[in-house]
Each structure stands twice: as C-alpha cells, then as structure tokens.
Design a protein around this ligand. Structure first.
Ligand SMILES: [Zn+2]
Length: 448
C-alpha cells in the first residue's frame, strides 16, 4: 500500500496576507476524521459540467469546488496540499462494480486483504464491489472497517446461494440487518443471487423461488444483483424483477443483472422498460467471446446463426439507454489465474470496449465489431454508470461539489487516445476521500 506524507505546497495556494489556517470563507479548515483536503491542478475530467476543468478542491473528504484554477485555488484553506499533475489527467475515482478482489484473493496468491486492496488501488480503482460475500467474508470486511483498514471503498453484496456445483441456498440471512453504510468505507446494501453457472447450462433456482426471494429483498429495501448468463435465466430473472417492481419500473434500488451474456431483443426491451442496470466485462468478456461456441452450443445443435447477435451486446445495451457498468470480475474472467500487470485494470476495460481485444482474445473477432463502444462510453461504465450500478450515484461517479473526493490520476487522456495507448497508460495516483492512498510518481504526489 502506498504511503503519502508531507506533500509539497505550491506558493500559489496560500492567499497573500493570510496568516491563520482559515479558508477564504472564514470557516476553519476541515478536520473530519476520515476526509482529507487537497487541491489538484491539471486536466480534470469531471463526467459532469463542465466536462473538463483546470482544478479541483477536495475539502474534508468531499469535493468542494471544480473549475478555473485561480478560482479553485482561492477557495482552498491555507496549508491545504496542492498537487500539480502536469501531463496527467484526473478522473472521478474508478469503480469496479463487480469483482472478488478480497474474497477470492487466494486465486492470485494474495495472502491478505491489504495485498488485494493494494492491487486494486495500484490499478486505479477507488471502489471495489465484492459480489459474493458470505458470513465469513462479511465478518472479515466488518473487522477491516472497524480497524480503519479499508484504504478504498468496498461495497459488499451478500450471497444468497453458492455457485456451482452445489448451488446451496443460504436463506435470507441478511434479514436481521439494515442496508447501508458500515463505517466510512464499507457499504452493505445489496444481495447477490447466482442464478446460473458460468456457461448458463445449470440453473440453481426454480422460477417461483427466485421470484419470492427477490420480492422479499426488494420489499426490505435491498438491492439485488443476479448472475445471469443464458436466455433461459434472463427469462426467469426478468419475470422475478417484474413481479417485484412492475414491468415498467421504476427501479429505485437499481436492481442489476450481472454478465448478461445472452439476451434476446425482447429481453433487452424488458430490461430497458424496468431500467435494470447491466454489469458487463469489456476486457474479460474477451474470454466469453473465445467461448462463443460453448455459449451458442447451450441452445443445442442447430440453433439459428442469428443468435450470435444475442451475445455480449455492449453497444446494444448502451444504445438502448441502459446503465451499463464495466467490471473486472477479478479473478474469474481471465482464463488463467495470474495477476499480471494487464489484469484487472480500468484502462483495459475502456480499451477492450473500443477494440474488442483482451488477454484471451488478442485479435478482434469479426462478429464483435458491431458491439464495440467508444472511449467516452467505456469511461462512463467505470464512473457514472458504475456508481449507478452500486445504487450510489448520488455520492460517487463524477466530480461535483458535494460528492465524495475520490479521484484516479492517469498518465493520459483516455478520450483522446487509441486503445493500445490507453492500455499503456499508468496510474499516477489514487485518491480516496481526499487522501492519497496510492502514488506511483513521487514527483507529482509523493513527498519529494
Ligand atoms: Zn463474479
């Protein structure tokens, strides 16, 4: 885990004539326990208005100002650290809305949660969502939160059943809890249903049982995320969500479908009507594509050729107006469990969405060309729409006054680069709640 102490102060951040540590407003400098204060100067991509700014002020852990350099700097309290990111570009902190960084860390040979979180931070994630948390894992996360040992934000989704092969159901073990924050960094607001297996060949739920289970969670105010691969599973989950929230929505808890590998046109229309979030894998889905024959084979020999159009419908989802989040599903999407530099990165989600290439898929399959998305769409999928998929877009996903001061600084601008240039970008720094929790360039964000 990277450390940061004693940032250099720029002369320009001190208002001339001011000798006490107060802000121009006269308020005392922020002193909240968790939140840091910081000014960032450089190219700031806000995912808001204005889309690009010259400077950002984080005060007490939340964004206080975004805008022209002089105006933002003038608002900073005396003594607030200022970092100038030079040629780097700052973005709203990237959100990995579906992964298993901590819970399944052993597949990468990582022994401790701290190592797993450091791996995520160094790749540029400021929030990770643990998508399969049983009681043991929840105890571990709760202890980390109590010990102030979460350098990034964790959204835990409580598992209602085991994956294949057992599929064992755990019952409504969340029911004695209230959904919400557990400390500053841990949020427990969702439950996770693993409806079918990775290839969509095995269902772990009967339709009525799924409908009743989702209905109870919805009624109790819990967001529901459902691992759904096959068209048969989509039919079941759409029926269940319609029973819970109505065929036309709305969907205030942001219920979501994970993976969404095979979706018919009619099913996509139902997803849109309910405003369900879709969580997909723009880099790792490359391995899905390699397995296209397996997926199509699910439907039996002789399935019509046009069904290839049901697979990995990224652009169709985006064009239909769904909230589409891109997530790594670390460590499960990649064919080999090896945590190389290229694995689990937000940059590779964006680049993979643009050219359809990934670790398992060095060449773009021709049939995927129709589903490629733009850099801007990929960026939304790891910021605004990822925050939406967490049901937390009122706090995260863009840089706007009042929202959390989470920032990822990359070495370049993903909206003005080729996919390979994006893959080559490095993470200069990762900032959570105004505190620099990872810094790879001491000249920019380090102490010397
Ligand atoms: Zn997963």
């Amino acid at each position: 885990m990277a450390m940061l102490v004693g940032l250099a102060l720029l002369a320009g951040c001190t208002v001339p004539g001011r000798s006490t540590p107060t802000c121009p407003s006269g308020d005392p400098a922020a002193t909240t326990a968790d939140g840091g204060s910081l000014v960032i100067i450089g190219r700031i991509v806000t995912m808001d208005e204005p889309p690009v700014a010259e400077a950002l002020l984080i005060d007490g852990g939340t964004v206080a100002a975004v805008g022209p350099r002089d105006e933002v700097v003038a608002l900073a309290c005396d003594g607030v650290p200022v970092i100038n990111i030079g040629d780097g570009v700052a973005y709203p902190g990237f959100i990995d809305s579906h992964a298993h960084w901590i819970g399944d860390r052993q597949y990468y040979g990582l022994d401790t949660p701290a190592e797993a979180m450091d791996a995520a931070l160094s790749r540029g994630w400021t929030s990770i969502s643990e998508q399969w948390v049983d009681e043991e894992r929840l105890d571990e996360l709760t202890a980390l939160a109590a010990d102030d040992a979460l350098p990034l934000r964790v959204d835990a989704y409580l598992a209602l059943n085991a994956p294949a092969p057992s599929g064992e159901h755990f019952g409504d073990w969340y029911a004695d809890r209230e959904p919400g924050l557990v400390g500053d960094r841990l949020r427990v607001q969702g439950v996770k249903v693993t409806l079918d297996n990775g290839w969509g060949t095995l269902s772990h739920w009967a339709p009525a049982e799924l409908t009743e289970t989702i209905g109870r969670a919805n009624e109790a105010g819990w967001q529901v995320s459902v691992h759904t691969v096959s068209t048969e599973a989509h039919e079941m989950v759409l029926d269940a969500f319609e029973s819970a929230i109505g065929a036309a929505g709305p969907n205030p808890l942001h219920h979501r479908i994970e993976h969404a590998i095979q979706v018919t046109d009619e099913q996509l229309a139902r997803m849109v009507a309910m405003d369900l979030a879709a969580v997909i894998h723009l880099d790792g889905a490359a391995s899905d594509w390699v397995l296209e024959a397996d997926y199509l084979g699910n439907l039996g020999p002789g399935n019509p050729g046009e069904e290839i159009g049901w697979l990995a419908r990224w652009r169709d989802f985006v064009n239909a107006g769904l909230h589409v989040a891109a997530a790594t599903d670390t460590p499960w999407v990649y064919p080999e469990f090896e945590l190389t530099d290229a694995v689990g990165r937000p940059t590779h989600q964006i680049a993979g969405g643009m050219d359809g290439r990934g670790l398992a898929n060095p060449e773009t399959p021709e049939w995927v060309l129709a589903q490629l998305v733009t850099a801007e769409q990929g960026l939304r999928a790891v910021t605004i729409d990822a925050a939406h998929a967490l049901g937390d877009d009122s706090r995260r996903g863009r840089l706007r006054p009042g929202l959390l001061g989470d920032v990822t600084i990359l070495s370049g601008d993903v909206t003005d680069a080729t996919p390979d240039e994006i893959r080559a970008m490095t993470v200069i720094g990762t900032i959570v709640g105004g505190r620099i929790v990872h810094c790879s360039d001491p000249g920019v964000c380090g102490d010397d």
